[in-house]
Design a protein around this ligand. Structure first.
Ligand SMILES: *Cc1c(COP(=O)(O)O)cnc(C)c1O
Length: 424
């Protein structure tokens, strides 16, 4: 497609065989990190030193195509000129005021974001987990003050297999043993039902239910896409029972699935959007709850806040991100390239791939577990100059920056095909 989206030209990629000096450098840096960092991650052994567009370069000068994009936080590519310009300009003016004072970036940012979401109010926060926590607090307060739920009785319905972040309250309704074991006692007030089953949600609703919280597509669970009629049915049920429908679009939103929100793709308007990841343009953490004043307006002075939420640097970058999305170019690009990605990945079914699920430029690829683990496939892809991430044993997820060229996207799938051929 011809597109005004800036695309980084390809360069020499995946040079095989690092120099001996380089190898030492990389290993030494990994050792230094491992010596002093809590071991809550198991990164691929690549040490990134710089990045541009869809490509990252390691300390030895090898280039890799980034097919994870920091879990969609880098939807617009590394170092997008408009985002870097907005951040650089703001760095020289003022970066933090706290909300004790106004700053000149926040008003334009929340106005633009509300308008993008066709809502009228925003709670600015930093990380995704904070947006989720804010949405949960808001739903409870709305339940007591507007719906009339008895004090401390509110419940919120969530879905099995969810991932909404890492705080104690959020993991309280996770069914992932690795995320929860030894972290109790947990926050009460949540009910989990099977994902994709609207009837199960309706059956779980009672007079104390204040909200249903769902990912429109479950990302961490392996790009699990519910039946097309699921979210419309949830919307109808939530409205009929006077329950808020909260869409966690932290990973699925802001262009990734070929629309501004995945909810748009299924014709659904939630009461609250939870946003994060790409909202910070891959530069600073920026998250938000976006909804209408009849809900967000229930919170009063002193009831919620964040030292960094709404800071002028975050707001300047957030405004630049919204401006990129306002044109619709990225959504269109994710849609067009996503169709290409789906077609190419589906051709690998039976050749080491057992299933593919995709939405826009976002795909979960189930590798035949008899062939290799997802981790092993990611290690082999890395050796071929492609960075991706496994999830849940044998699934790998692909979420390249939306600025990726079709040529580079084909390169990524070619490398996956080559890895699977080598393994078979
Ligand atoms: C990443 C993610 C979160 C948590 O975001 P953090 O910024 O890591 O706290 C919440 N919900 C979804 C769907 C996510 O993908």
């Amino acid at each position: 497609m011809s597109s005004p989206v800036a695309v980084t030209p390809m360069g020499a990629r995946g040079k095989a065989g690092a120099t001996a000096v380089g190898a030492v450098q990389s290993a030494a840096l990994i050792d230094a990190e491992n010596e002093h960092i809590a071991h809550t991650y198991h990164p691929l052994p690549v040490v990134v030193a710089s990045a541009e567009g869809a490509w990252v370069t390691d300390v030895e000068g090898r280039r890799y195509l980034d097919c994870l994009a920091a879990y969609s936080a880098v939807n617009f590519g590394h170092g997008h000129p408009a985002l870097v310009a907005a951040a650089s300009a703001q760095l020289g003016r003022v970066t933090l005021t706290s909300r004790a004072f106004h700053n000149d970036q926040l008003g334009p940012f929340v106005g633009a974001l509300a308008s993008l979401a066709k809502k009228d109010m925003v709670i600015p926060m930093n990380t995704g987990a904070e947006a989720v926590e804010s949405g949960l607090k808001l739903a409870r307060a709305w339940g007591y003050r507007v719906k009339g739920v008895q004090p401390d009785r509110a419940n919120i319905i969530v879905a099995d297999g969810n991932f909404h972040g890492r705080t104690i309250t959020i993991i309280s309704f996770s069914d992932d043993a690795a995320a929860t074991k030894d972290f109790g006692p947990f926050t009460p007030g949540f009910r989990s039902v099977p994902y994709g089953d609207a009837a199960a949600i309706e059956a779980a609703i009672d007079e104390n239910t204040v909200a249903v919280l769902l990912e429109p597509i479950q990302g961490e669970a392996g790009i699990r896409i519910p039946p097309a009629d699921y979210l419309p049915a949830v919307r109808e049920i939530a409205t009929r029972h006077n329950v808020l429908f909260i869409a966690d679009e932290i990973q699925s939103g802001l262009g990734r699935t070929g629309a501004t929100f995945q909810c748009d793709n299924v014709g659904v308007v939630p009461d609250l959007y939870l946003l994060g990841k790409a909202l910070g343009g891959g530069i600073v953490p920026v998250s938000a709850v976006v909804g209408n004043a009849d809900i967000l307006g229930v919170l009063g002075t002193g009831e919620h806040g964040s030292t960094f939420g709404g800071n002028p640097l975050a707001a300047a970058v957030g405004s630049a991100v919204v401006a990129l999305l306002e044109t619709g170019e990225y959504q269109e690009r994710a849609r067009v390239l996503g169709a290409r990605l789906a077609e190419r990945l589906e051709a690998l079914i039976g050749l080491g791939v057992v299933a593919v699920r995709s939405a826009g430029l976002w795909a979960g690829v189930d590798i035949d577990p008899d062939l290799a683990t997802g981790r092993r496939v990611c290690e082999l892809l890395m050796q071929r100059g492609v960075l991706a991430k496994d999830t849940h044993g044998s699934t790998i997820r692909l979420a390249p920056p939306i600025v990726i060229s079709q040529e580079d996207l084909d390169f990524a799938v070619d490398q996956l095909e080559a890895v699977l051929t080598d393994l078979r």
